[in-house]
Design a protein around this ligand. Structure first.
Ligand SMILES: Cc1cn([C@H]2C[C@H](O)[C@@H](COP(=O)(O)OP(=O)(O)O[C@H]3O[C@@H](C)C(=O)[C@@H](O)[C@H]3O)O2)c(=O)[nH]c1=O
Length: 177
């Protein structure tokens, strides 16, 4: 796997290194020791799939409050997404900055998202599927988020929003929390 550190410290894009032959290819998608060599979390307690019917669907921007803050490895296994994160780590040099990448079944990129970042995405095609690996068990009472259109952040979205959960629309403004 190729690890590319992005502009937010500790955020990595992972690219597969395919071993190709006439049948197709074989490529590693996760390796605990390769993560550990870089000081990254490489053990994941849960894996979950997110299926989305419609293009333009937004989920996010989610994070889990300490002591349940999650590290996530996210990939898109069907269709494509505009995947976005926001740095919510107090004291981080990139505090409040956002960053987005395209993850798709075709490019097979994954995003390693360290604890302390909010995460969300918009689907770029119908019938899109996202696969998560998360380093700790989900704790519903710790789940929190910031709004997709919160003016405290520099988020931009490529498409009109077609579907978004009522809960995601109701997150209060970040400023003043
Ligand atoms: C996230 C999550 C939800 N659930 C349950 C809670 C709820 O009843 C149902 C649907 O949950 P949600 O509406 O929160 O699903 P969703 O909005 O897709 O939540 C996800 O959004 C993206 C952006 C992330 O980054 C993920 O970590 C996760 O927060 O599934 C779990 O059992 N385990 C989990 O890990």
């Amino acid at each position: 796997m190729i690890f590319e550190e992005l502009e937010l410290p500790g955020l990595f894009r992972l690219l597969p290194e395919p071993h190709a032959d006439e049948r197709g290819f074989f490529a590693r998608t996760h390796c605990e020791s390769e993560f550990a060599e870089r000081g990254l979390v490489g053990r994941f307690a849960q894996s979950s799939v997110s299926f989305n019917h419609r293009r333009g669907t937004v989920r996010g921007m989610h994070f889990s409050k300490p002591p349940h803050a999650e590290t996530k490895l996210v990939r898109c296994t069907a269709g494509a997404i505009h995947d976005a994160v926001i740095d919510l780590r107090p004291g981080s040099p990139t505090y409040r900055r956002s960053l987005s990448v395209t993850l798709s079944a075709a490019n097979r990129h994954a995003l390693y998202i360290p604890a302390g970042l909010a995460h969300g995405f918009q689907t770029l095609s119908d019938d899109t599927e996202i696969l998560y690996m998360i380093d700790r068990p989900f704790v519903a009472s710790a789940a929190d988020g910031v709004r997709w259109d919160d003016p405290a952040f520099d988020l931009t979205w490529p498409e009109p929003v077609s579907i978004i959960a009522a809960r995601d629309l109701a997150f209060p403004d970040w400023t003043g929390r």
